[in-house]
Design a protein around this ligand. Structure first.
Ligand code: NAP
Ligand code: MG
Length: 400
């Protein structure tokens, strides 16, 4: 059989622990036999980040900007406990995802992988719901403080030219707490661009939710920025695809989450996105059925699984066990990258292969060969056998 050819490389970011083990199996058994795989490889494993003083992470992010499509394995973000586990570490290196997002910019979209044998907590959800979180500003870079005695709290703005504006927040007569937060119009514009791009890419309608009835300046800015971007760059394209863009109040958006059957992208402010993305992913069943895509405003993509390196499974693997880890989200990170590379290069064989690999993966699970994490999410009379990541990958290879 002749292998599928590629013209442009995918930026490959290797990682840590159990997901690094899966990464190698996926490449050897599911990709290399079928594709003449071209990647530009960066080893983002913790020890190599340490050896390169984290330069490798930056290089990888710049390569993603250069080529436009990257796939990333989960990586360890060192904390105090990891510093003890790896005494050779010279520094508590930053989160690679943070570094990459800092360089690429953009928005993270978390999309669940749905399948008929999985029963989400909300029975009506038959299609994925993607949460787009605006990961800049608001309470995450706010100033908050507490006062004990009566105070008059004011916000004062001094422009570069020296003009001043003053707003009274509150005059208090007892202990109180205060908060000052901001957002940047430029950051909201980039968020809007990424949201429209992702929705159009995945052919799903886009909903923006906020609370403009209360925050008449702050939240209205989000609506205006989105409306402007929509009218200017997307309206015609959306109409052609039969998808829609609209704004709803956040409380009503939360309520309709529970009554809809899914299949749309929900764009949220930072805190709303923080809360609802964890809620939606837990309600869909397993973190290992959740993919995550970073889309920057210039249309560069980085695909990954939403879960981490699955440390406990890795230590069992080192002892000679074959843990029942779910490879699905990591496989879908690869298929996401292959499909996008195919789209950009008009490489239809590569796109078709991505489709087939996803189907083979879901068929193997549907045949009842499942990993541990899926058990609580399975349909009640579903017959299954819990098996190792390796066996699941072997079965997918057979199917392919
Ligand atoms: P995690 O690796 O996602 O694992 C949390 C738990 O979720 C696991 O113990 C396991 O539960 C279950 N799980 C996650 N993925 C699974 C899979 N594919 N198959 C089966 N079960 C799965 O999160 P963590 O333990 O909080 O973090 C571990 C390391 O990952 C940390 O060093 C952290 O820095 C890193 N991390 C990296 C990323 C990233 O690179 N994007 C994201 C998150 C965390 P059971 O133990 O019950 O089986
Ligand atoms: Mg959270």
């Amino acid at each position: 059989m002749s292998k599928i050819q590629m013209t442009t490389p995918i930026v490959e970011m290797d990682g840590d622990e159990m997901t690094r083990v899966l990464w190698k199996m996926i490449k050897e058994k599911l990709l290399l036999p079928f594709i003449d795989l071209k990647t530009e490889y960066y080893d983002l494993g913790l020890l190599n980040r340490n050896a390169t003083e984290d330069e490798v992470t930056k290089d990888a992010a710049y390569a993603a900007l250069k080529y436009g499509v990257a796939v990333k394995c989960a990586t360890i973000t060192p904390n105090r406990q990891r510093m003890e586990e790896y005494p050779e570490l010279t520094k508590m290196w930053r989160s690679p995802n943070g570094t990459i997002r800092g360089i690429m910019g953009g928005t993270v979209f978390r999309e669940p992988i749905t399948a008929p044998f999985l029963q989400p907590a909300v029975r009506k959800w038959t299609k994925p719901i993607t949460i787009a979180r605006h990961a800049y500003g608001d309470i995450y870079s706010a100033v908050d403080f507490k006062t004990e005695e009566p105070v008059e709290c004011k916000m004062v703005f001094t422009s570069e030219r020296g003009t001043q504006r003053e707003y009274l927040v509150k005059k208090t007569d007892g202990p109180a707490v205060f908060l000052g937060q901001h957002n940047l119009t430029g950051s909201i514009e980039n968020f809007a661009k990424a949201c429209f791009m992702y929705s159009w890419d995945t052919k799903q309608s886009l909903k923006l939710a906020a609370k403009d009835t209360i925050l008449k300046q702050y939240d209205t800015e989000f609506i205006e920025v989105f409306n402007k971007e929509y009218e200017k760059n997307w309206k015609a394209r959306f109409e052609k695809e039969g998808i829609r863009f609209g704004y709803t109040l956040i409380d009503s958006a939360a309520a309709s989450l529970m009554t809809s059957d899914g299949g749309y992208v929900l764009a949220l402010k930072n805190y709303d996105g923080d809360v609802l993305s964890d809620l939606v992913s837990a309600a869909f069943g397993s973190i290992a059925m959740m993919t995550s895509v970073l889309v920057n405003p210039e249309g560069k993509y980085e695909f990954e699984a939403a879960h981490g390196t699955v440390t406990d499974h890795y230590y069992r693997y080192l002892k000679g066990e074959k843990p029942a880890t779910n490879p699905t989200a990591t496989i879908f990170a690869w298929t996401g990258a292959l499909r996008k590379r195919g789209e950009l290069d008009k490489n239809y064989e590569l796109m078709t292969f991505a489709e087939k690999l996803e189907r083979a993966n879901l068929q193997v699970l549907a045949d009842g060969f499942v990993s541990e994490d899926l058990i609580p999410a399975l349909e009640p009379d579903f017959e299954y056998r819990v098996t190792s990541a390796e066996e699941i990958i072997d079965k997918i290879a057979e199917r392919l």
